[in-house]
Design a binder for this molecule. Structure first.
Ligand code: GLN
Length: 304
C-alpha cells in the first residue's frame, strides 16, 4: 500500500524550497494579484480516498483547464460532429498561436489551444439555452459542489486585454468556423476561463476522466469512448509546446492553465491536481510540473 500522504508531504517540502518559482501570468492584469508563494496539491483515488497538502482548498483561476470541461460538455451534446470543426493533432506551439488557423483553413489543430477552445465555446453557445449559467451548472454538478463560480473581475480583465483571442475569433469567423458573434463567443470563453476552483474541486471535476466517463455521483456524463479520447487529447495537447515534456517527465494525461493549476488523471486509479502560480517560459506551472514529476516517480504510477 502506497503511503500517499507521506509522499505529498515530501513533495511539498521539496518544492517549496525551490528559490525560482517561475513567473506569474501578468498579461491578464487581474491574475497578477495572486500570491506567488501559494502551493497546493490534492489527490483523489477512484476508491474515494483523498489526500491533500498545502493550499489545496484555496480557489484560483483555472483558465485553460476549463477547456477540457467545455470539450466534455460539447462532446456530450454533439458527439463526433465536433471533429468537422476542430482537429486532434498536437500543435507544438504556444496556446495563443494563430497561424495554424490559416494553414488548416480555419480548422484549429486541437480543442485545447485557444483557437480550438473558441470553436468549442461557439458550439456550446449554439447548443445551450443559457450558455454561461448552463456550463457553470454542469461544472457544479460533475464536481458535486454548488459553491463554484465565475470570477467576474478576471473575466472582465481578460475581456479588456484579450486582443489575441479577438484576433483568433475573428479569423475563425472569416473562415466560417464560428456560427455566433465574436462577442458572444468570447464572452462565454472569458467566463469559462475565469472559473475559480480549488485543487480539491478540480480532482472531483476531473474524476469522470479517470472513471470511464462517470462523475463522482457515478452518473455517466460522457461515454467510455469519449473519456478515452479526451484523455488522449490531454496527453498529446494538454501542455501546448510542452506536451512532450509533460508526457516524458510525468506520464499522465493532464491540462494546465495560466493561473498555475494543473490537473492530471491516471485512468481507473486517480485524479491529481496541483497549484503553484509561477509559470515556466512555456506558460505551465513551474513547481506544478516538478511536483507531478516527483509524484509519478515516487509512486511509480503513470500510464507508462
Ligand atoms: N484565458 C487564457 C487565454 O485565453 C487561457 C490561457 C491558458 O490558460 N493557457 O489567454
Amino acid at each position: 500500500m502506497i503511503d500517499y500522504q507521506a509522499i505529498l508531504n515530501k513533495i511539498h517540502a521539496n518544492v517549496i524550497q525551490e528559490p525560482d518559482k517561475g513567473n506569474i501570468a501578468r498579461y491578464i492584469p487581474e491574475l497578477s494579484r495572486v500570491n506567488p508563494e501559494r502551493f497546493g496539491m490534492h489527490l483523489k483515488l477512484i476508491s474515494g480516498e483523498e489526500f491533500a497538502v498545502g493550499d489545496s482548498e484555496v480557489g484560483f483561476s483555472i483558465q485553460s483547464i476549463s477547456k477540457v470541461l467545455t470539450l466534455a460538455m460539447a462532446m456530450s451534446k454533439i458527439g463526433t460532429h465536433i471533429w468537422d470543426r476542430v482537429d486532434v493533432e498536437p500543435s507544438g506551439n504556444p496556446f495563443n498561436h494563430l497561424s495554424l488557423l490559416e494553414l488548416e483553413e480555419g480548422i484549429p489543430r486541437n480543442p485545447l489551444i485557444n483557437s480550438g477552445a473558441i470553436v468549442i465555446a461557439d458550439i456550446l453557445v449554439s447548443e445551450l439555452e443559457n450558455p454561461k449559467a448552463d456550463f457553470l451548472k454542469y461544472v457544479q454538478d460533475i464536481t458535486g459542489d454548488d459553491s463554484i463560480s465565475y470570477n467576474l473581475k478576471v473575466a472582465q480583465s481578460e475581456k479588456e486585454t484579450g486582443f489575441n483571442n479577438y484576433a483568433a475569433a475573428n479569423l475563425l469567423k472569416s473562415f466560417n468556423n464560428l456560427n455566433n458573434s465574436v462577442d458572444d463567443v468570447l464572452d462565454f470563453y472569458f467566463h469559462q476561463c475565469s472559473l475559480e476552483m480549488t485543487c480539491s474541486q478540480l480532482t472531483k471535476a476531473f474524476f469522470l476522466f479517470a472513471n470511464k466517463g462517470k462523475c463522482l455521483a457515478q452518473v455517466a456524463r460522457i461515454t467510455k469512448s469519449q473519456a478515452k479520447r479526451i484523455n488522449a487529447i490531454m496527453l498529446t495537447c494538454g501542455f501546448y509546446d510542452e506536451a512532450g515534456e509533460f508526457a516524458f517527465e510525468v506520464g499522465l494525461p493532464g491540462k494546465s492553465g495560466v493561473g498555475g493549476g494543473i490537473v492530471a488523471a491516471l485512468p481507473h486509479e486517480f485524479t491529481i491536481s496541483v497549484w503553484s502560480p509561477g509559470l515556466n517560459e512555456r506558460g505551465n506551472s513551474k513547481l506544478g510540473m516538478q511536483a507531478l514529476e516527483q509524484f509519478t516517480t515516487l509512486t511509480n504510477q503513470s500510464i507508462f
